[in-house]
Design a protein around this ligand. Structure first.
Ligand SMILES: Cc1ncc(COP(=O)(O)O)c(C=O)c1O
Length: 380
């Protein structure tokens, strides 16, 4: 394994710091009698729903599982179209395809890399049933404005907030303005488990009921008339709840999220002020958005050379998400390959994700700044 001097994430560090609390939280999951019906998830779900100010939260296997279940819960199925972006993890478009629906790609804003809300209307057809914006890098997409358009057309918004836990917009937690939002507890995410995890949050009772059914084998809480047996299967569901051990770990970390998010913002601020070179373009966020900064993503000339130079110095810079999904081999024979997304494509050529983790020291951040400035000068 590469020994990075400045890694993208030091997830294990929080486990070391919270060792006693975590081990204590794992004890009952391991050594007390197991309860049925995902009972060990309920405490996390209740606290999480409060945190993101939604009525319902369901802990699921991963962000990917969450996207799929949320789309299915909104009724997305064969023949439907879902509008989304190409600069995301493949799980975003894959979740749509796995429902039997067709992803339709919309371009993004050069300023903050999120969905260009003004470009969405042109992609709406009678088959559009959902829009899936992504809060890329923890920068909230303008979902408040998107919601007006979606409600006019009776379309659901399924927000990929997998990278945005801790972020807010217009004073509300990321995900708040959508019909349903998905957050990830993948180990390197702003609030990571020690493996996989995710959560779906919504205010919509019908979506919530569907998620609950689909997450757990399609088993309803009702029994058949005249029988006391618990639960009957009313749909073909899946087995996708979050692992109980991971849920216990995430629950221990939840109270630290605000502190860690502040530290991420302070590091981003140091990058923003310390990286002064007209050839390097900084992200520009809307004034109402308070991001969580999964990464600080700049655009640089001669990106590939700069990327290699920094990695050679042990700085784990990232290329999230390059190439954009419509250029991925999986879609080479798919209609998506013909998508015209000039801004997405231009961003992909120059973007470079600088490491952000609450554990990074000021010296480490300054090391990255100086290495970047030098690499850009050397490479251009
Ligand atoms: C934007 C985005 N969406 C979805 C996912 C999938 O989340 P998970 O890894 O929890 O399945 C990721 C994972 O990196 C992501 O970055």
């Amino acid at each position: 394994m590469h020994k990075w001097s400045v890694p993208r994430s030091r997830a294990y560090q929080s486990h070391v710091e919270l060792r006693d609390e975590i081990l204590k939280a794992l004890e009952p999951v391991l050594f007390e009698p197991h309860q049925f019906d995902n009972a060990p998830l309920r405490a996390l779900e209740g606290e999480f729903a409060q945190l993101v100010q939604r009525r319902h939260a369901f802990a699921v296997h991963s962000g990917t599982a969450g996207l799929f279940l949320a789309l299915r819960a909104c009724g997305v199925g064969p023949g439907d179209e879902v509008i989304t972006v190409a600069n995301s993890d493949l799980s975003t478009t894959a979740a749509i395809s796995h429902c039997g629906a067709t992803p339709v790609l919309c371009d993004v804003l050069a300023s903050d890399h999120t969905l260009d809300v003004d470009a969405v209307a042109a992609h709406i057809t009678p088959r559009t049933v959902a829009i899936l914006p992504v809060d890329l890098y923890g920068y909230p997409a303008d979902v408040k404005r998107l919601r007006v358009l979606a409600d006019t057309h009776g379309i659901k918004i399924v927000e990929d907030a997998t990278l945005a836990l801790g972020a807010s917009d217009h004073g509300k937690p990321a995900g708040f303005f959508s019909h349903v939002a998905i957050y990830s507890f993948g180990s390197q995410k702003p609030l990571g488990s020690a493996g996989n995890g995710g959560i779906i949050a919504t205010d919509d009772d019908a979506i919530a009921a569907n998620v609950q059914l689909l997450r757990s084998y399609g088993r309803s809480r009702d029994s058949l008339p005249g029988q006391s047996m618990f639960g009957v299967h009313v749909v073909e569901g899946y087995n996708l709840p979050m692992d109980f051990l991971q849920a216990a770990i995430v629950r221990v970390k939840l109270p630290y999220l605000a502190e860690w998010t502040d530290r991420r913002r302070a590091i981003a601020h140091r990058y923003a002020t310390g990286i002064q070179d007209p050839r390097i373009i900084h992200p520009e966020l809307r004034s109402t958005a308070q991001p969580t900064y999964y990464s600080y993503v700049v655009r640089v000339p001669a990106r590939d050379a700069v990327y290699s130079a920094l990695r050679d110095q042990g700085i784990e810079v990232g290329l999230h998400y390059v190439p954009p999904v419509h250029y991925q081999p999986v879609y080479q024979h798919h209609a998506l390959a013909a998508s015209s997304l000039p801004v997405t494509e231009q961003l992909a050529e120059g973007l470079l994700g600088l490491p952000i983790d609450p554990s990074l020291t000021t010296e480490e951040v300054d090391f990255v700044i100086n290495a970047l400035l030098r690499a850009v000068s050397d490479s251009t």
